[in-house]
Ligand binder design. Structure first.
Ligand code: PLP
Length: 368
């Protein structure tokens, strides 16, 4: 098989070896149910609570404000569906938020959409023009998953609060690059997903500020204060607790590495234009390509690149296969949004891979 260069870390990341090793005993030895009151169950419980402390420390909240979930999608659905009243959602959100907003709208909730500017940034002015004093919850992601735009979360949360609304942020793509501090940002809820920061898939969390009343997501047992019933995924939670400590400790290194490899990639590209410019992370870029016969369909180009050894994506992995361009790009007013491809870099991307990938892109584009 041809060597494959993986440039799709925004879709998912590998589990770090040491994170995997930390989780291993909780599959085979300390496999007990953390809700069991006996001695062995309490060992699993203690591991879950240590992970909760790690997560709380990483985002500067109390452990009792952390609720474990199955990932970003679940946390987002819970946050948006957990409060009654009108909501305002940015137009560049992940499909989990946009899809939930659409469902809520069908059930009679009034939903307004906050427009981004051409760089994919939501300004306080845009928020103010979409939010009314009847809005109960405002949802804006911290880092966009298609173009990497960084949102001014602290200002947006303050603007939402002025309208008397709660503020929720999907920080799934922010955790590696930004110093997340829920107190400094003053957000009411925040979502994270393990598999975007070198922990396993199928685990995540929702931070809920003390005092915020959220409806239960699942009923059943008393897990997560009876708000999210269901036996906890102990090994995955342990892994996430280890991975989040590392994400925080290695943040500066991560940011410098992402800058180096994305610069290497972009400087070796002799075609395409990168979307968005100001205030963005370096680990995610979307590029529109033009060939000799006009703009190149993102889907067709990504397929051709995959056959040539570069694995990237068109929009988010969750909406792969859909014929429509990413919502975020359409909302930003990007021309030829359906002719874009997303490249995303991770801890394991090397400068050589970035250079080689750019050379492959250059040669594949020539075929169109
Ligand atoms: N939010 C953002 C910004 C994402 O990039 C993703 C994953 O692509 C999600 C939410 C969904 O997270 P999960 O895959 O854990 O359901």
């Amino acid at each position: 098989m041809k060597e494959q260069i993986f440039l799709d870390y925004a879709a998912t990341t590998p589990v770090d070896e040491d994170v995997f090793e930390a989780a291993r005993p909780y599959y085979t030895q300390v496999f007990y149910n953390p809700s069991s009151s006996h001695f062995l169950g309490q060992q699993a419980f203690a591991a879950v609570e240590r992970a909760r402390e790690n997560c709380a420390l990483a985002i500067n909240c109390s452990p009792d404000e952390i609720y474990f979930t199955s990932g970003g999608t679940e946390s987002i659905n819970w946050a948006l569906g957990g409060v009654d009243g009108d909501i305002a959602v940015s137009a560049i959100e992940h499909d989990a938020a946009l899809g939930k907003a659409e469902l809520l709208e069908k059930s009679g909730v009034s939903v307004s959409y906050i427009k981004p500017d051409s760089d994919g940034i939501i300004t306080s002015e845009a928020l103010n023009s979409a939010v009314t004093d009847a809005t109960r919850l405002v949802c804006v992601m911290a880092v966009n998953n298609i173009v990497g735009s960084i949102q001014p979360i602290k200002q947006l949360a303050a603007a939402a609060h002025k309208h008397g609304a709660l503020f929720f942020t999907d920080a799934v793509q922010a955790i590696n690059s930004l110093d997340i501090d829920v107190k400094e940002w003053n957000v009411d809820m925040l979502a994270l997903s393990g598999h975007k920061f070198y922990a396993p898939k199928g685990v995540g969390l929702l931070y809920v500020k003390r005092g915020v009343k959220l409806k239960p997501l699942f009923v059943g047992g008393n897990q997560e204060k009876a708000l999210r019933a269901g036996t906890l995924n102990v090994p995955a939670i342990v892994a996430m607790g280890e991975a989040i400590k590392k994400a925080k400790a290695l943040r500066e290194q991560y940011v410098a590495h992402a800058k180096a490899v994305s610069t290497e990639f972009i400087s070796n590209l002799n075609c395409g234009s990168v979307i968005g410019s100001r205030d963005k992370t370096d680990d995610i870029i979307s590029v529109v390509f033009r060939g000799k016969n006009g703009y190149i369909s993102g889907g067709k180009l990504a397929t051709a690149l995959s056959l040539s050894g570069v694995c990237c994506s068109v929009g988010s992995a969750c909406s792969a296969g859909s014929a429509t361009p990413p919502n975020a790009l359409v909302a930003m007013g990007v021309e030829h949004a359906d002719c874009s491809v997303r490249f995303s870099f991770g801890k394991n991307t090397t400068a050589e891979q970035a250079k080689r990938a750019a050379e492959i892109v250059n040669s594949v584009v020539l075929r169109f």
